[in-house]
Design a binder for this molecule. Structure first.
Ligand code: NDP
Length: 447
């Protein structure tokens, strides 16, 4: 239950944004967390901050026509939601997946505002994408799609305006095609306009690894706060994309044994620990399916078609695939199997009911907007390097990332304590992320 003012604002959001359940879910979670500061800060209400925050500053929807390998014209829909620029240029990834619609982009953009605020770096919140499915498409098809997508999007971008990056379905290949098209259309080598670039043309070391590394580091911080660690622990990871692969790598570096990976067809369990090189070969090089991992790995690994990766016993869970992939039943199974910490590598992978299960069981739970903020933080470091025409070493950049994740963890913990919800990282992340944005919006007046 929300208090009456928050409920009125939430009802208003529901009325104005029908048929967007993921967006409603993200807004509700933030509103619930803000109840603890409602009475202490009448100025937020006086300035209608929540009403203004829930409404994106700008929403762009556009047609993306392109020609497939058979010469047939295809049409997709492109989106960019420029959500909030109180703290800096809009910043957030592009997602290419058939499930993308306006509600999904708004949920991701809304989350991004608070996540970016938590990093302590000068970046606003935005998100974009398309219902284009890159799976099974040739390089030529992906290139023509990206060129068409950027032909429209470029007029809305700029290093001081809006700086996209990758997300599901958008990796180094897509960023290359997008940046090449931007460069040609604008006749400017404006490196800071996109992040996740290749290392030879303005990219940052550690960007590729940053989200997964960050989620594991956040888990390690939560464990340390409870006098525990990764050492000798079984780690369960879902997904086998950018975030999952590097969450697995960092979990192993921290002394854990990552035993699972998955994709939309099922999951693998490897009792000897996931062989990272083999996983990368199949997923990053060959763009294959996760079942091939079990076929090539030998006896220690098995593939389970469909099913839930959360049935596998594990001490630490790093959900790193997609939204709402871990429900209350899965959460109960994890708790029954003795899970100690859950750190969200993906955005909103745990349903609200699953989060309730973790809370009630006293499990350390790191919400995505804190736990996976390492990706966007390192994107901001990429922008810093671009602005100074510099390229930092891996060690230096990783050190910056580690420090940022530790700071985010400490901020969440301290804020939760301050508002009377000790140990509640959800409340800590939402309140700390919100306050900076709200205060900046008040400073700017009603614009
Ligand atoms: P990738 O496209 O690299 O990988 C996504 C992985 O998740 C794939 O293994 C994919 O399997 C699986 N997956 C996607 N959709 C579904 C689904 N509906 N059901 C089951 N499995 C699914 O994406 P990323 O690793 O970049 O992103 C993963 C998550 O992390 C997303 O929630 C994203 O928003 C979030 N995130 C990413 C950041 C980044 O820097 N990349 C930053 C912060 C958050 P399949 O190939 O079968 O679809």
């Amino acid at each position: 239950m929300l208090d009456s003012t928050l409920q009125d604002t939430y009802d208003h959001v529901l009325r104005r944004n029908p048929g967007e359940p993921e967006f409603h879910q993200a807004v509700r979670e933030v509103f619930e967390s803000l109840e603890v500061i409602q009475n202490r800060h009448p100025e937020y209400q006086d300035h209608s901050i929540l009403m203004r925050l829930s409404e994106p500053e700008r929403q762009i929807i556009f047609r993306v026509p392109w020609v497939d390998d058979k010469g047939v014209v295809q049409v997709n829909r492109g989106f960019r939601v420029e959500y909030n620029s109180a703290l800096g240029p809009y910043k957030g990834g592009l997602r290419f997946h058939p499930s993308v619609n306006l509600g999904i982009v708004k949920f991701l953009g809304f989350e991004q505002i608070f996540k970016n605020s938590l990093t302590g770096l000068p970046i606003g919140g935005g998100k974009g994408g398309s219902d284009f499915d890159p799976r099974g498409r040739s390089d030529g098809e992906v290139m023509r799609f990206c060129q068409s997508f950027m032909t429209e999007l470029h007029r809305h971008m700029g290093e001081y305006t809006d700086v996209p990056a990758g997300d599901i379905g958008v990796g180094a290949r897509e960023i290359g095609y997008l940046f090449g098209t931007y460069k040609r259309l604008t006749n400017r080598y404006e490196a800071g306009v996109l992040t996740g670039k290749g290392l030879d043309w303005g990219g940052s070391l550690v960007r590729k690894e940053a989200t997964g590394y960050g989620a594991a580091i956040f888990a390690a911080e939560m464990l340390e706060a409870r006098d525990a660690s990764f050492e000798g622990r079984r780690v369960g990871v879902s997904g086998s994309g950018n975030v999952a692969i590097y969450a697995i790598e960092k979990a192993r570096q921290l002394g854990g044994l990552p035993v699972t990976a998955s994709d939309s067809s099922g999951y693998v369990v490897d009792e000897k620990g996931i062989d990272l090189e083999l996983l990368q070969q199949i997923k990053e090089v060959e763009r294959g399916r996760i079942a091939e991992y079990a076929e090539r790995r030998g006896d220690s690994a098995r593939f389970v078609a469909g099913g839930s990766v959360w049935d596998v016993p594990m001490d630490i869970a790093l959900p790193s695939a997609t939204q709402n992939e871990l429900d209350a039943d899965s959460a109960r199974t994890l708790v029954k199997n003795g899970v100690l910490a859950v750190s969200e590598g993906a955005n909103m992978p745990c349903t609200p009911d699953a989060v309730t299960v973790f809370r009630e069981a006293g499990i350390a739970f790191g919400p995505g907007k804190a736990a996976n903020a390492g990706g966007v933080a390192t994107s901001a470091l990429e922008m810093q390097q671009n602005a100074s025409r510099d390229a930092w070493s891996f060690a230096h950049t990783e050190e910056r990332l580690t420090q940022i994740m530790k700071n985010i963890h400490a901020t969440c913990l301290e804020t939760a304590e301050e508002v009377g919800r000790p140990g509640d990282y959800v409340v800590g992340a939402n309140v700390a992320g919100f306050r900076k944005v709200a205060d900046a919006m008040i400073a700017f007046g009603v614009i």
